[in-house]
Design a binder for this molecule. Structure first.
Ligand code: BT5
Length: 278
């Protein structure tokens, strides 16, 4: 079992139990109040999933310095050497399963806000649904795994990978990926970046439960695709069109060449080709 195999490599459990004020001014439990920090895991998502199944609280974080089988969406891999920030956050959202699509956008928006806050000179963008990019190169990604009981969400795991201090990428990633150290020339403290990202995610998560439009507004601000011609690969086939908007479910609204509109949910597709940047 992954958990047993990996537990010997667990070197730290941080139980800070610190509290921050929510947007509404009340104290609430916070993301990262319990952090399981490993040297090396196959995937932080797998361990977080097992912990959540055993009842771990919302906000629990599993972080690893290195992953040997980092997962992307579908059958995609995630390159996770030392130097990056690889973590998974346990969520227990009060939503029905059809509403969980928006968690991908929430994750990507939280990372983009954290990069923007710490490195205001970098032009960070979200490439729908889950890529965080700088100059069209991927610097971070989000993977959501949801466990449902009937139509209720039991828990969700938000897996986040950020290329923090990764200096080199193997081909073909060397053409499509970047890192904060490559963009800024400086290394970034993992602890500082994790704290900042958890804070942004927590604010977005709780405030979007009160005001659903808020998340959308933020996501639009960072979106790299609005008004651009794209090709989206979905399970139903490929669709080409102009990106008109994002909707509250995290869906992409495409205006097809026929003039019809098509909504594609985050879990249904990814961007294949884009027109050159305007
Ligand atoms: C993602 O999938 O972007 C989700 C990435 C989630 C990674 C985190 S790390 C912590 C947690 N534990 C896990 O095991 N996973 C999560 P997707 O949109 O499918 O993108 C995957 C594609 O991005 C791959 O097929 C590669 O082309 C590319 N890729 C792989 N590793 C990369 C990296 N480090 N940086 C940039 N691009 C990468």
């Amino acid at each position: 079992m992954a958990e047993n195999q990996n537990s010997k490599d667990l070197y730290m459990i941080i139980k800070e139990k610190y509290q921050r004020k929510s947007v509404a001014g009340q104290l609430q439990s916070v993301f990262g109040k319990e952090i399981y920090h490993y040297f090396c895991l196959e995937s932080t998502n797998k361990v977080a999933y097992l912990l959540a199944k055993k009842g771990a609280e919302e906000g629990t974080v599993v972080v690893a310095d290195e992953q040997t089988q980092g997962e992307g969406r579908g059958d995609h891999y995630w390159y996770s050497p030392q130097g990056g920030l690889w973590f998974s956050l346990i969520l227990r959202p009060r939503m029905i399963s059809s509403e969980t699509s928006r968690l991908s956008i929430l994750g990507a928006t939280g990372i983009a806000m954290s990069i923007d806050r710490l490195f205001s000179s970098l032009k960070v963008r979200i490439r729908w649904p889950n890529d965080v990019v700088i100059k069209d190169k991927k610097v971070a990604g989000v993977l959501i795994k949801v466990r449902t009981e009937r139509s209720d969400v039991n828990f969700a795991i938000m897996g986040i990978g950020v290329n923090l201090n990764v200096r080199e990428f193997p081909s073909p990633l060397s053409f499509t990926a970047t890192s904060l150290i490559k963009e800024t020339g400086d290394s970034t403290s993992k602890k500082r970046f994790l704290e900042s990202t958890l804070e942004e995610l927590e604010n977005l998560y709780f405030s979007s439960q009160v005001n659903g439009h808020m998340l959308l507004e933020k996501a639009r601000l960072f979106s790299s695709l609005l008004g651009r011609q794209v090709e989206v690969v979905t399970t139903e086939g490929k669709f080409q069109g102009l990106v008109q908007d994002l909707d509250e479910d995290g869906g992409l609204i495409l205006r097809l060449e026929s003039g019809l509109h098509k909504k594609i949910l985050p879990e249904e597709g990814y961007i294949k080709e884009r027109s050159p940047k305007i």
